[in-house]
Ligand binder design. Structure first.
Ligand code: ADP
Ligand code: MG
Length: 364
């Protein structure tokens, strides 16, 4: 029995190690290491200037780092030209040719690879189905909506069945509704086609929605790599916690292996790092509860006065000034606690944070 060509893997793992890139005194990337599994959807998340685009360009081959190694599967690609790397790319500024038809745009990567007209037509028709624009081949790009253009750009990136797909902020030009729709579609497409995918975004919600794992970048370094759930629930630093969503941080004192806030011992599964200069308890607004007198023993409790209570449709957001002087946000769904049972501005309240939700991070 012969092995069919289709038994070739549809994806490859990516191994990045020791990648460093300096621009004068600025280190765009410092000793970056990251292992991306075959078929994984990995997101590079970080604020502007953290090195996301530089890292993606290193993978694509448009930037050669000063040091380091990038392997696709077993192969070292650091010296390989971009067009020989076989990666699909969808960049924000990777514009379509507006005067050309949809078919000509999508077929372009196949044309430069020397494929026949018939083969190109067949593949373009197939990929148009994948991006749910079957029958759009003859349209001009200028006749399409923003979302349709985005799908065409995606079709062009995947038409030659790359084993690796790289996307840099591909949805940032779309409005919110369309962006959220495209996030779901991109994720579904990834599940169907299975190529290893690296997405760059500065939008934490987009990262949480789409990724198998997220690598958080800060100042050219990878500071945490985890699944969406773990990154949100167990950030390893104040930076990651703050970046991953609405949060407040309360300073915690570290004495004899125990952690205290405002003189009261905290019950937590987190362990303090003895050498860290500062410890903080991470407060996610949706994890706080208004606690009645009889329930205090089950929680880490924080007393204070309600300063603000904002109705926001599906939830209410309160701001509570603790007796310590710290201000903490608390968010309650309106389904479980009808609006009338929530405390009012000026009320004295006790906020409870369950020990299993009490996360300590180091500040810096
Ligand atoms: P991000 O995509 O996360 O916003 P970049 O990778 O574009 O970040 O940039 C990382 C850092 O490297 C930034 O400080 C940026 O100013 C710097 N940088 C990027 N490209 C160049 C360049 N061609 N010349 C000089 N500095 C650059
Ligand atoms: Mg960028």
């Amino acid at each position: 029995m012969t092995i069919a060509a289709s038994s070739q893997p549809s994806s490859l793992p990516i191994s990045i190690s020791g990648v460093t890139k300096k621009y004068g005194a600025v280190a765009a990337l410092s000793d970056v290491g990251l292992q991306i599994k075959s078929g994984e959807f990995m997101t590079l998340l970080g604020p502007s200037g953290s090195g996301k685009t530089t890292l993606l360009m290193v993978l694509a081959g448009f930037i050669r780092p000063d040091y380091g190694s990038v392997r696709f599967g077993e192969e070292e690609v650091i010296l390989k030209a971009p067009h020989l790397r076989g990666v699909g790319m969808m960049f924000q500024n990777y514009a379509l040719f507006p005067h050309m038809s949809v078919e000509a745009n999508i077929g372009y990567p196949l044309k430069i690879r020397g494929e026949s007209r018939n083969s190109i037509s067949a593949k373009v028709a197939e990929v148009l189905e994948t991006v749910q624009l079957a029958g759009f081949g003859r349209r001009r790009i200028s006749e399409l909506s923003g979302g349709q253009r985005q799908r065409i750009a995606l079709a062009r990136a995947i038409v030659f069945k790359p084993k690796i797909l790289l996307m840099d902020e591909p949805l940032s030009a779309l409005d919110k509704n369309l962006r959220e729709l495209m996030q779901i579609e991109l994720r579904a497409m990834h599940e169907r086609l299975g190529m290893t995918t690296v997405l760059v975004t500065h939008d934490q919600r987009e990262a949480l929605t789409m990724s198998d794992r997220i690598a958080v970048l800060r100042d050219g370094r990878v500071v945490q790599v985890d699944t969406s759930e773990d990154l949100y629930a167990a950030p390893n630093s104040e930076f990651v916690a703050a970046f991953m969503g609405e949060s407040a941080f309360l300073p915690v004192e570290h004495r004899g292996g125990e952690l205290y806030f405002s003189g009261k011992k905290l019950i937590t599964e987190s362990v303090a790092e003895p050498d860290a200069p500062r410890h903080l308890v991470v407060i996610r607004p949706e994890k706080l509860e208004f606690v009645q007198a009889g329930e205090r023993g089950r929680y880490n409790c924080f007393e204070g006065t309600v300063e603000r209570m904002l109705f926001q449709g599906d939830t209410c957001l309160g701001h509570v000034r603790l007796t310590s002087g710290d201000l903490v946000p608390v968010r309650r769904g309106l389904r479980e606690s009808a609006k009338s049972t929530l405390p009012r501005v000026g009320d004295h309240v006790v906020l409870g944070l369950h020990p299993s939700e009490t996360r300590i991070v180091t500040g810096g």
